[in-house]
Every structure is written in C-alpha cells, then in structure tokens.
Design a protein around this ligand. Structure first.
Ligand SMILES: C[S@@+](CC[C@H](N)C(=O)[O-])C[C@H]1O[C@@H](n2cnc3c(N)ncnc32)[C@H](O)[C@@H]1O
Length: 335
C-alpha cells in the first residue's frame, strides 16, 4: 500500500470510529466513573462495586478510557489523567461535565440524522413532560456556562467597554458573558433577557457570582417581545444559529431599537466561510441545529452583516475569538 493510500485508509478509519471516543467518554460520565475516581483512585473491581456495574464491562470501559487519555493506570489502579482532572473533575474550575451531559442528550437526536434530512424537521425530544423540559433546560444552561467561561473572558477583553454603562445580554442563558463585561468594567450594569424557564437557572448563576446588585433579568420571547430601550451594548451570543434568516433579521432589528445612539450590537457565533463548508466546527454545528431546531443553522459573515445593515447598523467589523467563534459588531449611528 502506498503512503498516500495508507493516509487515506487512516482517514476513513478515523471517520468511521470517531463515535467510539465519544461513546466511551459519555458512558464514563453517565455512569459516574469520573466523579468516583476524582474522589480517589480505584481498581476496576472497586469501581464496579461502587457503581453496581458488571466487573468485566467496567474493566473494559476503564481500560478504554486509559487508551484515550481520560484515565491513567498503574498496576491495577485507575487514576484521573491530566485531561480528566482539568475538565471532568467536579472540583475543577474548568469543569465540562455539564457539557458532556448535554452531548449525551444531543447524541440521541444525532443518531436519527437521516430522518432529519429526509423530513427537514428536528428529531422530537424523548420526554416532553414539564419536569423533563425543566431538567434539560437546567443542564443545558449549565453546559453553556461550562463551554462559555473561557470565551466570555476573551470577549470581554476584545471589546472596548470603556464607555459602556448598560448592557443587554439577549438569550444570555447563564449570563456569564455579561458577568465578565462587568468584571472588566465595574461601572456596567445590565439585564439578561431570556425565557422564564431558563431564567430560573440564570438567577442561580447571578447569585453564585455575587452579581445580584449589577445584573437583572427580563422575561420574554425575543421572537415576539420587544427588548426594551436605553442600552449601550446589546449582546447576542449563540442565538442566531437557533433561528431562520427571516427571524434573525427581526431579532437584530429589535437589538437596534434597544440601543442608544452610538451603541453597539455584538453578535457572537460560529461563522461559516462563504462556501459554507468550513470551518469544520461551524459546518458540523449546522447539522446539530438541523436535528435540534425547526430552522436553525450556522451562517456566513455576509448573511449576518446583511441583517445588521438592513436594521441600520454601520461600521460593521468582525473580530475573531479563539474557540471557534467570531464577533460581528455593528454601531447604531447618531452620536
Ligand atoms: C445556545 S444558548 C446561549 C446562551 C448564552 N447566550 C451563551 O452564549 O452562553 C441560547 C439561549 O437563548 C435562549 N433563547 C432561545 N430562544 C429564545 C427566545 N425566543 N426568547 C428568549 N430567549 C431565548 C435560551 O433559553 C438560551 O438561554
């Protein structure tokens, strides 16, 4: 086999077996393996006894977790690895366990991807009882905090906040982007605008972060309700990918109305290149929106700027933020 053929074969094998990495990680998280080993190192038998799982199955899982660097093994003992200690130990400040739970929820829909492509409709959620929706929302918002923490710091460091006093975080979820803006400029106060079910969790975050005197909440549906007025900065992070171009155009116009003259709208999201096939994270995220939303997708810079331009925004620019997201910023004229 030539080197070129070997590389191709490696590539198809990587694509065929990629799910195994995710499945092993998710099984470890779902069963509570990382929580247990983060407490103290254990043998496979000790893990099986503590979790009430099968010994053979547990040992196979633990060995596979070592193989993909999520645990280490010395003699018969399993330990947290550098990677799991950083991201899967509940005591870590970079904990991503809530995001792993969210991935577990998402995977069920991804397995039915061909159905979503045939019908053009999202895959229905398995349980739509009020209790289940509440729990899913809570996990989802906690997951958003896990993945957003780093980006929130970078966003606050990438925007000039010196003249900003009032911020509206539209669909702010955990509110962590607003919190970081306030940490960067303590003269800022603001509101998180979100659905009532989400705001239950938002309020927990506001409390936990000691932001109660700086951050309020506004209940509403931004596809139907106005966003209010008097803001210097309106922030929309990971919002537009949930909705269609027509709806996004309307939401962005509402953002324009909510701003003071000279105020800025900042849209943060995955941004597709003009051909819509790269970057890979943005293209794959579009698939995530296909299986989970009625008409969401990732969009191009041109599309986002066209909605902003239609609303009246000027001086539009794009700022890259590491971790696969970009900011598209526009200014409301008149100051
Ligand atoms: C993907 S999360 C993004 C959360 C946060 N902005 C971030 O970047 O971490 C989407 C958020 O938008 C909220 N949301 C979605 N549709 C909404 C609507 N029509 N009205 C108000 N909030 C909405 C959700 O409740 C959720 O908090």
């Amino acid at each position: 086999m030539t080197k070129k053929n070997r590389d191709l074969r490696d590539e198809i094998e990587r694509l065929m077996s990629g799910h195994r990495f995710t499945d092993v990680l998710c099984a470890g998280a779902e069963l509570g393996v990382f929580d247990l080993i983060a407490e103290k190192p254990r043998t496979a038998v000790q893990v099986a006894n503590a979790l009430g799982t099968d010994r053979r199955g547990t040992e196979i899982l633990l060995n596979a977790l070592v193989a993909i660097d999520l645990l280490t093994k010395r003699k018969d003992m399993f330990y947290m690895s550098k990677l799991s200690r950083e991201y899967l130990d509940p005591a870590s400040s970079s904990y991503m366990g809530n995001m792993v739970n969210h991935v577990i929820n998402m995977r069920r829909a991804w397995l039915e991807l061909p159905t979503a492509i045939r019908t053009g409709k999202p895959i229905p959620k398995p349980d739509t009882s009020e209790q289940s929706v509440r729990e899913r929302t809570r996990h989802f918002i906690r997951a958003m905090a896990d993945v957003g923490r780093d980006a929130a710091r970078r966003v606050a460091g990438s925007i000039d906040l010196s003249n900003v006093r009032r911020v509206l975080d539209v669909g702010g979820g955990p509110g962590i982007f607003l919190f970081e803006m306030i940490r960067a400029n303590p003269e800022i106060t603001g509101n998180v605008f979100d659905m009532p079910a989400t705001l239950e969790t938002t309020r927990e975050f506001i409390e936990e972060s000691g932001m109660s005197d700086r951050v309020g909440t506004v209940e509403g549906d931004f596809t139907k309700d106005a966003l209010g007025r008097g803001y210097d900065l309106v922030f929309m992070s990971s919002i537009i990918h949930i909705y269609s171009p027509a709806v996004n155009k309307r939401i962005i116009k509402k953002g324009y109305t909510a701003l003071n003259p000279g105020g800025r709208l900042v849209v943060r999201d995955f941004v597709l290149d003009p051909n819509k096939t790269s970057p890979v994270q943005a293209a794959l995220f579009s698939v995530n929106m296909l299986v989970n939303t009625d008409c969401g997708a990732s969009y191009t810079e041109k599309e986002i700027k066209s909605w902003m331009s239609a609303a009246g925004f000027k001086k539009m620019k794009r700022v890259e933020i590491p971790s696969h997201s970009s900011l598209i910023i526009g200014t409301k004229p008149g100051k």
